[in-house]
Write a protein that binds this ligand. Structure first.
Ligand SMILES: Nc1ncnc2c1ncn2[C@@H]1O[C@H](COP(=O)(O)OS(=O)(=O)O)[C@@H](OP(=O)(O)O)[C@H]1O
Ligand SMILES: [Mg+2]
Ligand SMILES: [Mg+2]
Ligand SMILES: [Mg+2]
Length: 346
């Protein structure tokens, strides 16, 4: 499902035109690529696991109204193109894909809305972010197709497709595009997007870092994380390398294979609640690569609270040894901030 969606989003990027993007109520962008990829993946999940609910980022309400007709028609066309593409190794026509698997506009809208599940502490559920880092996608930079399976609040499987991420940053000739995946208890792995079954998966482990090699992985968008706080934490840790900024859960993939040493994402203070689909796949990937992921207090992320992670205490992910040092530096930076706020009041 993730591979097919990556082929879809990559082709959408190359033919995307200006009026194929909507601005959602929260002012964030969503493109025909996000909607059609959600239709595609939800179709496959629904056929393979008919009883499983899906917590998906997008919903079709803006497409069901008069003003959404042009966008809807385009999404139906793109989703059907992706659904009916020829079967590849590992594909099963019982999943509603392959030549002839066309759906009506109504079916496409309904399958997008299979992502409307509210989440919660008990049972099986999938999370889907059809394009994570939509702003990165629009810039032609990093984005990711992100899927996870949660059972009784615990992430058991995470799959992250990164069409624009170098396969090996130290060897650019290998090109771009990988799928990263982890099954709890079975390790973290990377396979090339184009040949996921024919090449042997590469096992990922977070390497050891020194102060000289350590660096932060952080958001591109200033509205998504408090980057000035990150700078102070880096200073307290004695980090000399500049941070690596990239959109989407490609940050978790980069951490899992050691391209960067710490993923730090602190709230900007506007009351935004992090969504479970933005962290569930990445969290199991990092844990299976030998890392630790918590909020800034050191508490585990709770994927059983609904569609969000609840009150936002940020996210800290790193290798085991580094993680405890980062938590200490984060606490120190928070104390400094509180003190400065108090002094400003006086
Ligand atoms: N205010 C605020 N604070 C924190 N996070 C927010 C905020 N607004 C949006 N979002 C979510 O950020 C997701 C992408 O963020 P990333 O850090 O992964 O990439 S980016 O560099 O910031 O674009 C992005 O995911 P996508 O919508 O899938 O792109 C959002 O879910
Ligand atoms: Mg979005
Ligand atoms: Mg996202
Ligand atoms: Mg998204």
């Amino acid at each position: 499902a993730v591979r097919r969606a990556c082929v879809l989003t990559d082709s959408v990027f190359h033919k995307l035109v200006k009026n194929e993007t909507l601005t959602k109520d929260d002012k964030s962008p969503v493109t025909v690529g996000d909607f059609s990829a959600q239709a595609l993946i939800n179709t496959i999940i629904t056929r393979a696991f008919p009883d499983d609910p899906i917590v998906g980022e997008e919903d079709a309400s803006d497409l069901r109204v008069e003003s959404g007709i042009t966008l809807r028609n385009r999404i139906v066309e793109l989703a059907n193109e992706a659904l009916t593409a020829e079967l590849k190794q590992g594909d099963d026509p019982a999943w509603g894909i392959g030549p002839g698997a066309t759906q009506t506009a109504e079916q496409i809208m309904d399958v997008i809305d299979r992502g409307n599940y509210g989440g919660g502490p008990k049972g099986r559920m999938w999370t889907l972010d059809p394009i994570d880092g939509t702003k990165g996608f629009l810039r032609g930079e990093q984005y990711a197709v992100c899927l996870s399976l949660i059972v009784d609040s615990r992430v058991e499987l995470g799959v992250i497709g990164c069409p624009n991420l170098p396969i090996d940053p130290s060897n650019p000739s290998l090109g771009k595009g990988s799928i990263f995946y982890a099954v709890r208890g079975q390790g973290a792995w990377q396979v090339p997007l184009t040949e996921p079954f024919s090449s042997s998966p590469k096992r990922l482990t977070i390497p050891a870092f020194t102060n000289e090699t350590l660096n932060l992985l952080e958001s591109v968008e200033k509205a998504h994380a408090k980057l000035s706080f990150n700078d102070r934490v880096a200073e307290l840790l004695g980090i000399t390398r500049p941070p690596t900024r990239m959109d989407s859960q490609a940050k978790y993939c980069s951490l899992a294979r050691g391209d960067g040493g710490v993923y730090l994402r602190m709230p900007t203070g506007v009351g935004y609640k992090e969504k479970i689909w933005d962290h569930a796949p990445g969290s199991v990937l990092v844990e299976e690569a030998g890392g630790v992921i918590t909020d800034s207090r050191g508490e585990p992320l709770n994927f059983g609270l609904g569609r969000t992670l609840g009150e936002n205490f940020g996210v800290v992910a790193a290798g085991k040894a580094v993680h405890s040092r980062v938590l200490e530096a984060v606490q120190k930076a928070k104390e400094e901030e509180a003190l400065a706020a108090q002094n400003a009041k006086i």
